[in-house]
Design a protein around this ligand. Structure first.
Ligand code: KG4
Ligand code: ZN
Length: 360
C-alpha cells in the first residue's frame, strides 16, 4: 500500500510517498524561511502564495523520487487542518484533485494526528501510548488509544511551547526561526550555574494538579529580564545565559506536567500489552534538552521513550502519508466534499479549558 502525503498547514510545503511497511519512498520539504525572515514570523498570506508557487513541483518530485505514477498509488492524504486556512486549502485541493483525477481514495488528515502517529512509522509502537505534542501552535498531553481515538489530558491555556520559544528568541534579538536558534545560543553558555542564578525565570503551573501548561508568563518574564539589563545591545554572553536559563526552565515545566500525566497513564492503563511508552512529537521535539529531560523522566518510571528523528518531528509530508496509511487500513476514507478546518481538536470530548488561547 502506497500513499502520497501533502502538507501545507504552516510554513513548510511538503510532499512524500510512504508505503505501509514504513518505507519512506520520498520526503521533500521546502521551508519558507527566506520568505518570512524579514517579518520575524510566519505571514499567512505569504505562506499561502509560496505553497501555490511550489507545491506542484514538490508533488511531481516526490512521485519521481518514489518512481511511481499517480495510478500506482493506493490513496492521497492531505492535511485538512488545523492550521493557516489559506495554506491548508491549497494542499487539500491539490490532494483532492489528484484523488478525483485518478479515482483514488482521499484521506483528510488532522495535522496533530499525523504528529502523534509518527512514532508508529519510525518505531512500530502499539496503542495506547502517552504523547507529548509540542509544536508551534499546540502543546498537549494526550493518550493515543487508536487511530482517530485520542484522550486529551492537558493543553496550554495560553501560548504554545514553540510559540514561546519563537517569541522569547525574538525578544533576545535572535533571528527567525527562533526555537532552533535559541537552542544553539544556549549551547554557548559558558557558566550554566551562574546563568540560572543571574536569570531566574518562572515555571507557570508547576506543582499544580493536572497536565495543563501555561507559557505566556514565562515569555513576559523574558521581556522583563531583558528590559532590566543595562541600555544598549544585548551582549552575546547575556543572550547565551538567558537562553540557557530559559531552556532549563522549559525542561522543568515539561518535567512537572508530564510526570502528572505519567502517573495518570500508569493508573489508567495498568494492563496494556506493551511496556508503557511516552512519545514526544512536533517541532519542539527536535530540542535536545527537552528530549533529555523526558528520557530521564521515563527511565525513572520504567517506561520507554521515543522521539522521532528531527526531520520527522518538524512538519513534513511523510507523517501525513503515514497517517493516511493508518486511516486507509481502517477504511477511514473521506468524501471530496470534506471542508478544511482551521481548528480541529483531536479529542472533541476534552474538557473545555478556561484560557483564551486554548485552540484544540
Ligand atoms: O511541528 P512544527 O514544525 O510546526 C507546527 O505544527 O507548528 O513546529 C514548529 C515549532 C516552531 O515554533 C519552532 O521554533 C519549534 O517548533 N522548534 C524548536 C526547535 N526546532 C523547531 N523549538 C526548540 N528547539 C528546537 N531545536
Ligand atoms: Zn506541525
Amino acid at each position: 500500500m502506497k500513499v502520497l502525503g501533502i502538507e501545507t498547514s504552516c510554513d513548510e510545503t511538503a510532499a512524500a510517498v510512504v508505503s505501509d511497511d514504513g518505507t519512506i519512498l520520498s520526503n521533500l520539504v521546502l521551508s519558507q524561511l527566506e520568505e518570512h525572515k524579514a517579518f520575524g514570523g510566519v505571514v499567512p498570506e505569504i505562506a499561502s502564495r509560496a505553497h501555490l508557487d511550489h507545491l506542484d513541483r514538490l508533488i511531481k518530485g516526490a512521485m519521481e523520487e518514489a518512481n511511481l505514477n499517480f495510478n500506482e498509488l493506493d490513496g492521497v492524504a492531505a492535511t485538512c487542518g488545523p492550521g493557516l486556512i489559506g495554506g491548508v486549502m491549497i494542499g487539500m485541493m491539490a490532494g483532492k484533485t489528484i484523488a478525483a483525477t485518478h479515482n483514488l481514495p482521499f484521506l483528510a488528515i488532522n495535522h496533530l494526528e499525523a504528529h502523534a502517529l509518527t512514532p508508529r512509522l519510525t518505531n512500530q509502537v502499539s496503542f495506547p501510548y502517552l504523547t507529548l505534542l509540542v509544536s508551534g501552535g499546540h502543546t498537549q498531553l494526550l493518550v493515543a488509544e487508536d487511530v482517530g481515538v485520542y484522550r486529551r489530558w492537558g493543553t496550554t491555556i495560553d501560548d504554545a511551547l514553540g510559540e514561546c520559544f519563537d517569541k522569547s528568541a525574538k525578544l533576545m534579538g535572535l533571528p527567525y526561526p527562533g526555537g532552533p536558534n535559541l537552542e544553539k545560543m544556549a549551547q554557548d553558555c559558558k557558566n550554566p550555574n551562574e546563568a540560572i542564578k543571574r536569570f531566574p525565570l518562572p515555571t507557570p503551573l508547576k506543582g499544580r494538579k493536572g497536565c495543563d501548561f501555561s507559557f505566556s508568563g514565562l515569555k513576559t518574564a523574558v521581556r522583563n529580564t531583558i528590559e532590566k539589563l543595562p541600555e544598549g545591545d544585548l551582549k552575546p554572553d547575556d543572550i547565551a545565559d538567558l537562553a540557557y536559563s530559559f531552556q532549563i526552565t522549559i525542561g522543568n515545566i515539561l518535567k512537572d506536567r508530564t510526570q502528572n500525566a505519567i502517573s495518570q497513564f500508569l493508573e489508567t492503563y495498568p494492563h496494556s500489552a506493551n511496556k508503557p511508552t511516552l512519545i514526544v512529537c512536533g517541532g519542539v521535539a527536535a530540542n535536545k534538552h527537552v528530549c533529555n529531560v523526558l528520557r530521564g523522566l521515563t527511565s525513572e518510571r520504567n517506561m520507554d521513550f521515543i522521539a522521532p528523528p528531527v526531520n520527522l518531528c518538524s512538519d513534513n509530508g511523510a507523517m501525513i502519508a503515514w497517517a493516511g496509511i493508518e486511516r486507509l487500513k481502517q477504511n477511514m476514507t473521506d468524501p471530496l466534499t470534506i471542508a478544511a478546518r482551521p481548528r480541529w481538536p483531536l479529542d472533541p470530548d476534552a474538557e473545555k479549558r478556561p484560557g483564551g488561547g486554548v485552540k484544540a
